[in-house]
Design a binder for this molecule. Structure first.
Ligand code: F3S
Length: 428
C-alpha cells in the first residue's frame, strides 16, 4: 500500500483493515501525512496519556463528532486515556446576559454532548480539562524521551523543551488519530536531527526578561526553528525548579503562538541542553541577540486593536496557558500588596485567574485561596480564548499578560507589573 513508508507487520495489518475499517482509514491518513513530511517509518506513541486540543462543543464541529462516534462504536476508544484543553465557559466568569445567550445558544451548544463523547473515548478524569495538563496535580506529565501525539501548541512546546519528551506540532485531528491508532510518523521533532538548534539566542538584558515578551521576540524571529538560548539560566536561578518551570511555561507558549516554535533549549536548564550542551547547535546556526532595547522594540510593535484606545478595561485575564500553583500563590501576595499600597480592598478591574481544575482544588486547600477571594479576583478553569472568540466579547476592552491571548484576540497585552498596577490601582 505504502511505497515510501516501511511499516511493521502490525502496522501493515491495521492498514489492511484487520482492526476494522475506521482504524484502517486512520492509519492511512497518518501514513500519507507522514509521507508529506518525508517520514519513512511510524513509531509507537509511548506516553501513558494523550492530550486533546478540541475540548469545546462548537456547533460547527460536526465531522469531529462523527469521527468520534465511529471510533467509539468500533471500540477504538480506550487505547490511551487523555486530558483535553480547558472548557470554554464558566458561569463564574463575568459576562453579560447577551454573552451568556450567545455562548449557550449559538456557540457551545454541543458542550454536554461532546463531553459525553470524550468520556466514552477515554478522558482520564471528568475534570481533566486544561492546557497545562503536564502539571503534577493533573498527572499527564510525560517522561523524557517518550513519544507523544499532542497538538495543543503550548503543551507541545513545554513537553518537548522542559520535559524532554518528543512530539511534533500536530493538528487536532492528527493528534487524535495518532493516539487512537497508537503510532505517529517519525520525522521532525521526534528525531535527534530535528531537535538541533538553527538559532543561538543570546540574552543580554539588564534584568530578568518578561517571560511572555521574550517568548514573543524569539518566536517572531525564529518562527518554526529550534532556538538554543544562552544567558537565561542566570535569571532562572540555574535550576529547573517550580518558578523556572512556570516561567518556561509562559515563555514557551509565547514562542509557539507568536511564532511556531515546538522546541527550545535553555543552556544549563532544560534537560537536553544540560546533557548535550552546545552539541545541540546545528552547523551554520544564526545568532539573535536580545537586549532591553530589543524587548522594548517588540513590545512597541504590538498593535492595539481596541476601537477606543483609551477605554477603561472591563476585564483582565491571567492564565493563558493555565496558571501553576506557584503562580497562584505568588500572585495572591502580589495583588494583596498592590491593593494595600493603593488603599483598596478589592481589585479595580474585574479580574479572572485561570488554572486547571486539579490545581484549583489544591490551591483551595491552602490559606491563599481565601485571601485571593478577598481581593475580588475570580478563579476559573475557563480558556480565555474561547471566551473572547466572538464579536460580543471581541468588542470588550480586555487586558492580559498573555501573548497568546493578545495574538489571537482583541485583548491588549501588558507586562505582569503593568497588569498589577492596572488591577490594583485602577490604571487609566
Ligand atoms: Fe490554554 Fe486556552 Fe490559552 S488552551 S494556552 S488558556 S488559549
Amino acid at each position: 500500500m505504502s511505497e515510501k513508508m516501511k511499516l511493521t507487520a502490525q502496522q501493515q495489518a491495521i492498514l489492511d483493515g484487520e482492526k476494522g475499517e475506521t482504524l484502517a482509514k486512520v492509519m492511512e491518513t497518518l501514513v500519507r501525512y507522514g509521507e508529506l513530511f518525508g517520514a519513512d517509518s511510524m513509531v509507537p506513541v509511548t506516553s501513558r496519556y494523550n492530550h486533546l486540543v478540541t475540548s469545546f462543543g462548537l456547533k460547527a464541529l460536526g465531522p469531529v463528532y462523527e469521527l468520534m462516534d465511529k471510533l467509539i462504536a468500533e471500540g477504538a476508544a480506550s487505547q490511551q486515556k487523555f486530558s483535553a484543553d480547558p472548557r470554554p465557559v464558566d458561569k463564574n466568569v463575568p459576562s453579560s446576559f447577551l454573552q451568556n445567550f450567545v455562548f449557550d445558544h449559538f456557540m457551545y451548544t454541543k458542550q454536554n454532548f461532546y463531553e459525553e463523547q470524550l468520556q466514552k473515548l477515554g478522558l482520564m478524569d471528568r475534570d481533566a480539562f486544561t492546557c497545562a495538563c503536564y502539571m503534577d496535580q493533573v498527572g499527564n506529565t510525560p517522561q523524557e524521551g517518550e513519544v507523544l501525539s499532542w497538538s495543543e501548541s503550548s503543551a507541545v512546546v513545554y513537553a518537548n523543551s522542559v520535559l524532554g519528551a518528543r512530539c511534533n506540532r500536530n493538528s487536532g485531528i492528527i493528534d487524535l488519530m495518532g493516539s487512537v491508532v497508537g503510532y505517529v510518523p517519525y520525522f521532525g521533532l521526534l528525531t535527534d536531527e530535528g531537535r538541533k538548534a538553527a538559532w543561538i539566542v543570546e540574552i543580554k538584558t539588564t534584568k530578568k526578561p518578561e517571560a511572555q515578551l521574550l517568548g514573543s521576540a524569539i518566536g517572531m524571529k525564529v518562527m518554526e526553528d529550534v532556538p538554543y538560548i544562552v544567558g537565561l539560566d542566570q535569571w532562572l536561578g540555574g535550576t529547573l525548579d517550580d518558578a523556572a518551570k512556570t516561567y518556561l511555561k509562559d515563555f514557551g507558549a509565547a514562542t509557539a503562538s507568536n511564532g511556531a516554535v515546538g522546541l527550545y533549549h535553555v543552556e544549563g536548564i532544560t534537560p537536553e541542553a544540560v546533557r548535550q550542551g552546545r552539541e545541540l547547535i546545528a552547523e551554520g546556526a544564526q545568532t539573535y541577540v536580545v537586549d532591553d532595547a530589543e524587548l522594548q522594540r517588540v513590545y512597541d510593535s504590538y498593535p492595539v486593536v481596541w476601537k477606543n484606545k483609551a477605554a477603561k478595561p472591563k476585564l483582565c485575564f491571567m492564565g493563558c496557558p493555565h496558571m501553576s500553583l506557584e503562580q497562584l500563590t505568588t500572585w495572591t501576595c502580589r495583588v494583596e500588596e498592590g491593593l494595600k499600597e493603593a488603599g483598596r480592598d478589592k481589585v479595580a478591574i474585574p479580574t479572572v485567574f485561570t488554572a486547571a481544575p486539579a490545581v484549583i482544588k489544591e490551591f483551595e486547600a491552602t490559606p491563599y485561596a481565601g485571601r485571593l477571594k478577598q481581593t475580588g479576583v475570580v478563579l476559573s478553569y475557563i480558556c480565555p480564548l474561547m471566551y473572547m472568540n466572538n464579536p460580543l466579547s471581541g468588542k470588550m476592552p480586555v487586558i492580559t499578560s498573555s501573548n497568546k491571548l493578545r495574538t489571537y484576540t482583541t485583548a491588549r497585552y501588558y507586562t505582569d507589573d503593568e497588569i498589577l498596577v492596572q488591577i490594583t490601582k485602577g490604571g487609566n
